[in-house]
Design a protein around this ligand. Structure first.
Ligand code: GTP
Ligand code: MG
Length: 204
């Protein structure tokens, strides 16, 4: 799939105010600064569609982008950012969890993981929560341009081993770099296939 049209639609913190639609939706989530907004820009081929920053905590809202007039892509705030006060962290959890639990057209959540670091408790807990709530997800390893091939393979193997201690099988996963545009075709192919399955299901 090629992205020929990508437009910002709306930002908010309330799932009830998200676009009313039956179009399939894919959300990007992960720890602050992991590269969610950068990856969205890379996939869409637009530099400043989603706002990025070297400081964690840039994205604070649920941001909807309409892609090819056919599906939605959603940029979410990061979790696990220590400098955010506890009360606002709890609010975060609340509005994000409402969004994830109640958004009927949500097809898949991309959980972004920094390829340079081992599995973090907050990521493991979050994936466990997704599993318990039957919210489909896959893993996107980010910033792979910052590693050599050997380092990346070592980290991926370690991640796999750790995940196999927690899950019966490894979730679908992709490697990516917003910098080098790595993973673009694979990720968009995955989105395309899941849109096809979703639309097939809708027609039944
Ligand atoms: P929050 O919105 O704060 O949760 O962050 P985010 O996950 O949206 O991260 P963002 O895309 O804003 O990127 C954070 C920082 O990482 C920025 O300085 C980016 O330039 C950098 N970055 C993101 N992706 C990559 C990548 O693939 N390679 C490299 N080298 N840097 C990246
Ligand atoms: Mg962001």
């Amino acid at each position: 799939m090629e992205i020929t049209k990508a437009e910002f639609v709306v930002s908010n913190t309330d799932v009830k105010k998200c676009p009313k639609t039956h179009l399939p939706e894919f959300a990007f989530i992960g720890r602050s600064n992991v590269g969610k907004s950068s990856l969205i820009n890379m996939l869409c081929g637009k530099k400043d569609l989603a706002l990025t920053s070297s400081k964690p905590g840039k994205t604070q809202l649920i941001n909807h982008f309409l892609i090819n007039d056919a599906w939605y892509l959603v940029d979410l705030p990061g979790y696990g950012y220590a400098k955010v006060a506890r009360s606002s962290r709890e609010q975060w959890e609340e509005f994000i969890s409402y969004y994830l639990l109640e958004r009927k057209n949500l097809v898949c959540v991309f959980v972004l993981i920094d390829s340079r670091i081992p599995i973090q408790p907050v990521d493991a807990q979050f994936m466990k929560w997704l599993g318990e709530n039957e919210i489909p997800f896959c893993i996107l390893f980010t910033k792979t341009d910052k590693l050599t091939k050997n380092e990346l393979n070592k980290n991926l193997n370690e991640y796999h081993t750790r995940m196999m201690g927690l899950w019966e099988e490894m979730p679908d996963n992709f490697i990516s770099s917003a910098e080098k545009k790595t993973g673009r075709a694979e990720i968009l192919g995955y989105v395309e296939e899941n849109i096809r399955l979703y639309n097939q299901h809708l027609q039944k």
